[in-house]
Design a protein around this ligand. Structure first.
Ligand code: NDP
Ligand code: MG
Ligand code: MG
Length: 332
């Protein structure tokens, strides 16, 4: 079973005695920087000249310097810029400012797990990753609660790396909810697998195939949209609250029976065999290598896929229908 840590297991003074740099001020960066500050931690935000986030961070009362200045001042450096550019930011702005005893922190293990960033031996390498979007992390903190986090140590140079990670997690509210101990390898591989096979890739392919099946059989796209996409939220909300059991308790007996007999005909043994292949390509680094190459080539295939799905009848139908739903927020 997983090891869990709460407020009483963490010593806030460890992180309060350090100088923290948060690089990036997006979804996670803003939540970490503001809550660290409110927990009495000496924090500066590192952003390049001309960054769109800079005005926001300064308006919210934070001191903003360049990433290199932030890394030079600090002895704990949290990297919260997008994963594909972390290695570049590390090479250009962080590497030369690392001293023995410093700590390098991440919110996701991608660059360490696949070796795009190779920190020197004298530095602690830690992860504190909230299991929720940054805005929820910040809101929960302000309300005296927290979002559960996972924490990991890849390199314990000082002997105190995990205690420091727990202290950081406490400062952003994580130990109020509970912190689960993991490794960079487990976090990275399960995160990539979940988003590819189930959450993003699996779910969108399922919705699209169901929608196409109904439309190709002559049903109206508007009706197919409601059945295959819109109502998914209801189902997922029920699963989120009470697992498969609550979802099945809430839907009709007919829907529940259809769930049992048809589900395994859609996600088959063959699908699961493919999932295992996908996991293998994550574990052996194939996915990471291909994705970094695509990013460095300027995202040619990414943009092609994005355009093709943007023009799909599912999406154009949805755009029209969502205008009829005053309660749905369809802003960019
Ligand atoms: P965002 O895309 O929301 O934010 C990126 C931030 O980085 C922006 O403030 C951007 O500034 C800034 N930035 C861009 N380039 C640089 C640079 N060269 N130097 C310094 N800052 C730069 O990122 P996320 O918060 O989504 O992700 C950060 C990390 O957290 C990732 O490792 C991610 O995997 C992880 N994570 C994210 C979660 C989430 O909910 N989003 C959940 C858990 C982990 P500008 O405004 O100028 O573009
Ligand atoms: Mg992810
Ligand atoms: Mg129905």
């Amino acid at each position: 079973a997983a090891e869990l840590f709460y407020d009483n297991d963490a010593d806030l003074s460890l992180i309060q005695r350090r100088k923290v740099a948060v690089l990036g001020y997006g979804s996670q960066g803003h939540a970490h920087a503001l809550s660290l500050r409110d927990s009495g931690v000496d924090v500066r935000v590192g952003l390049p000249e001309g960054s769109k986030s800079k005005v926001k961070a300064e308006e919210q009362g934070l001191r903003v310097v360049t990433p290199a200045e932030a890394a030079a001042e600090a002895d704990v450096i949290m990297i919260l810029v997008p994963d594909p550019i972390q290695a570049k930011v590390y090479e250009e702005s962080v590497k030369d400012h690392l001293k023995d005893g410093d700590a390098l922190f991440f919110g996701h293990g991608f660059n360490i797990r696949f070796g795009f960033i190779k920190p020197p031996a004298g530095v602690d390498v830690c992860m504190v990753a909230p299991k929720g979007p940054g805005h929820l992390v910040r809101r929960q903190y302000e309300e005296g609660r927290g979002v559960p986090c996972i924490a990991a140590v890849e390199q314990d140079a000082t002997g105190g790396a995990f205690a420091l990670a727990l202290s950081y997690a406490k400062a952003i509210g994580g130990t109020r909810a509970g912190v689960i101990k993991t490794t960079f390898t487990e976090e990275t591989e399960t995160d990539l697998f979940g988003e590819q096979a189930v959450l993003c890739g699996g779910a969108s392919a399922l919705v699209k195939a169901g929608f196409e099946t109904l439309v190709e059989a002559g049903y109206q796209p508007e009706i197919a949209y409601f059945e295959c996409l819109h109502e998914l939220k209801l189902i997922v909300d029920l699963m989120y609250e009470g697992g498969l059991e609550k979802m099945r308790w809430s839907v009709s007996e007919t829907a529940e029976w259809g769930d049992y007999v048809t589900g395994p005909r859609i996600v088959t043994e063959q699908t699961k065999a493919e999932m295992k292949k996908v996991l293998g390509e994550i574990q052996d680094g194939t996915f990471a290598k291909n994705w970094m190459k695509e990013y460095q080539d300027g995202l040619p295939k990414y943009n092609e896929y994005k355009k093709a799905d943007g023009d799909h009848l599912l999406e154009t139908t949805g755009k029209k229908l969502r205008k009829l739903m005053s309660w749905v927020d369809d802003k960019e």
